[in-house]
Structure formats: structure tokens, C-alpha cells
Design a protein around this ligand. Structure first.
Ligand SMILES: NC(=O)c1ccc[n+]([C@@H]2O[C@H](COP(=O)([O-])OP(=O)(O)OC[C@H]3O[C@@H](n4cnc5c(N)ncnc54)[C@H](OP(=O)(O)O)[C@@H]3O)[C@@H](O)[C@H]2O)c1
Length: 309
């Protein structure tokens, strides 16, 4: 079989960088960036239909992955029209272009398409999003799948992975107030349940799915990836501080409901397709978050506690 040609839209983001790294030694990979351009990526505004089509025409991928998105629910609430462009118009256009060229598309989606009231959610369960981000992602999922039976959607929970700053991941961003306000108490939600996933684990699964897609194996329209370990934000915050050698006494359970866009309570996803293939092998959270935090220490976005050897 010839080397598979994979196009990654949004290769400069948190998942995009991990996926590029996972695939580039095995496949012929080309990735795009929008604002964070680097020498190995092509600059592309994927909202420009013609630029997107011409990028695809030049590369002739066997399969495309779409990771371009506005993934922050609060930004989606504050800038709904712009977020709708990135989260709905962009994937809908991409799905159409891919369909015209008979190229299968794997579109990344989120567990936030569900309302979090009756987990776990099966891939065929009816979505019921409770915020703008979830509504946009759900609309995009439907449009992508409608464009072609070659296309598939992969839903994932909150991600963390090798990063250069705390705010790149909704897991590590919890520590921002801890480091911003020296000595102050920091309140974190201790009610809502989360299933943090490690980018290199997700990237390995995406690789397997892409091979299946190129080989035209049967795949369900929606595929779910979700580790089984669950935590509240407060629990994750304590684990992260322990890894960095800080006392957790400044972290306290929040007494107020979470601010900003509403978040679903518990959006555990059931993962029948990946489990049947024995592809669900997530790195334990403590080990995975240790690697994420170590990458932040390396980039000097974080410091270990002064007394830690
Ligand atoms: N992160 C999570 O916790 C999480 C959870 C569930 C699902 N997901 C989904 O997983 C996917 C990847 O998320 P992520 O965390 O990797 O996101 P991210 O780090 O915010 O990266 C977003 C990517 O989209 C690109 N982009 C934005 N506007 C663009 C445009 N007009 N044209 C081309 N590219 C554009 C960005 O490029 P520049 O950075 O170069 O501007 C970046 O590469 C998304 O579909 C997201 O909804 C993420």
C-alpha cells in the first residue's frame, strides 16, 4: 500500500500538534495553521472556501482530519457569530469540498453535544446541547455526516497534552488563578464530573480510525473516545498541585455555581466501537497529567514548588 496522505486542518492546536507528531513518521502528512504558523505547517484561513479547496487540490490527501474550532464555551457565548463560522461554516464547507473530491473526512467533535443529565451517552443517542459551543458542534456534526457517507465524527471529552501555556487546555487552565494570585484561596467546582483525555492517546486512536477510513472498512458515523477515570475540577487541581510539589490547602470547593456558559454535569461517553477493537487504552490520569505538567515546566510556563528537590 502507498504511504497514506493525511491532511490536518488545525494542526497548530493542542490536538493538532499531537496528531501531527503521531502521524508524521508513518504517513505523508500536511497540516495547516491559522495564526500560529510554523515552518512545517501551511498558513490557511479555512473559512476561505477557495483557499481551502485549492489547498486540498494541491495536496491530494487520501483522508482529511478537521481540528479547526473555537473550543472555549465562554468565547462561543461571547462571540456567537464568529464561533458559528469556525465551528459550523468551516466544517460544513470542508465536508462539501471533500465530498466533491471523494476524500473521507474525520471531524472532531465533543461530548458537550449532550446535556449531561443521563450518562453514559451512546454514539447514537440524541444530542441535547445546553450551550452555544455544544449547539454549534452538534450542527456541524449533522452537516458533515449529511455531506457524505465517507465522513465520520469523533467525539472526545476535555483534553490535555504537551503545551506551552496553562490556558491551552481546559484541564491546566484551572491552575491559572492559583499561580496568578500568590497566597489567595482558589475555588474550584467539586460537583461536575469530567473525563480528561490525554492528547497522545487520542492521536493514536485517530491514526487507527484514519487507516480504517482509507481502507474503506465499516465504521459507525459517530465514534466516541472517553477514558473511564472521572474527576471533579477540584480533584484534578489537587492532583496537579501535588505533582508540582505545592500544598493543596489553597484549593477549596467552590460554593457558587460555575460562572460563564452553562456546562453539562456529567457527559461520560460510551465507546462501543473503540472497545470492540480494543483501542481504548488511556494512560492513567496521574501519569498523563504529569507529562503535560512537565511540558509546561520545560516551557517555563510553570515552576515547581520552591522546596521541591
Ligand atoms: N480541547 C478540548 O478540551 C476539546 C474537548 C472536546 C473536543 N475538542 C475538539 O477537538 C478539536 C481540536 O481542539 P483543540 O483543543 O486542538 O483546539 P485548539 O487548540 O483551540 O486549536 C484550534 C485549531 O483551529 C485552528 N483554526 C482556528 N480558526 C481557523 C481558521 N479560520 N482556519 C484554519 N484553522 C483555524 C487554530 O489555528 P491557529 O492556532 O494557528 O490560529 C488551531 O490549529 C476541536 O474540534 C474541538 O472542538 C476539544
Amino acid at each position: 500500500m502507498n504511504t497514506i496522505r493525511v491532511g490536518i486542518i488545525g494542526a497548530s492546536g493542542l490536538l493538532g500538534r499531537g496528531l501531527y507528531q503521531q502521524l508524521s513518521s508513518k504517513f505523508c502528512v500536511r497540516g495547516t495553521a491559522f495564526s500560529r504558523v510554523s515552518s512545517n505547517l501551511d498558513q490557511l484561513d479555512a473559512l476561505n472556501f477557495h483557499a481551502l479547496e485549492s489547498w486540498l487540490n494541491q495536496f491530494h490527501p487520501d483522508v482529511v482530519v478537521n481540528l479547526a474550532a473555537e473550543r472555549r464555551p465562554d468565547v462561543c457565548r461571547e462571540r456567537p457569530e464568529w464561533s458559528h463560522e469556525v465551528n459550523v461554516t468551516l466544517p460544513a464547507n470542508l465536508a462539501r469540498i471533500c465530498q466533491l473530491h471523494s476524500v473521507p473526512l474525520l471531524h472532531l467533535s465533543t461530548n458537550y453535544v449532550f446535556d449531561g443529565q443521563s450518562p453514559p451517552y451512546h454514539p447514537e443517542d440524541q444530542p441535547h446541547p445546553i450551550n452555544d459551543y455544544g449547539r454549534d458542534k452538534n450542527e456541524a456534526d449533522q452537516l458533515v455526516l449529511k455531506a457524505s457517507s465517507l465522513h465520520h465524527c469523533l467525539r472526545v471529552p476535555m483534553l490535555h497534552g504537551l503545551s506551552e501555556n496553562l490556558d491551552e487546555s481546559s484541564v491546566t487552565t484551572m491552575l491559572s488563578p492559583f499561580f496568578a494570585h500568590d497566597g489567595h484561596e482558589v475555588f474550584l467546582d467539586d460537583e461536575q464530573i469530567r473525563y480528561p483525555a490525554f492528547v497522545p492517546d487520542v492521536a493514536k486512536v485517530i491514526e487507527k480510525i484514519l487507516v480504517q477510513m482509507v481502507q474503506k472498512e465499516h465504521l459507525s458515523s459517530f465514534i466516541h473516545y472517553c477514558p473511564e477515570e472521572s474527576f471533579t475540577k477540584l480533584e484534578m487541581g489537587c492532583i496537579m498541585l501535588e505533582h508540582l510539589g505545592y500544598s493543596t490547602h489553597r484549593l477549596l470547593p467552590s460554593k457558587q455555581p460555575p460562572k460563564g456558559a452553562p456546562r453539562p454535569h456529567n457527559v461520560q461517553l460510551s465507546c462501543p466501537y473503540l472497545k470492540n477493537h480494543q483501542w481504548m487504552n488511556p494512560t492513567p490520569f496521574r501519569e498523563a497529567i504529569g507529562k503535560t505538567l512537565d511540558s509546561l515546566l520545560c516551557s517555563q510556563a510553570l515552576q515547581r514548588a520552591p522546596s521541591t528537590p
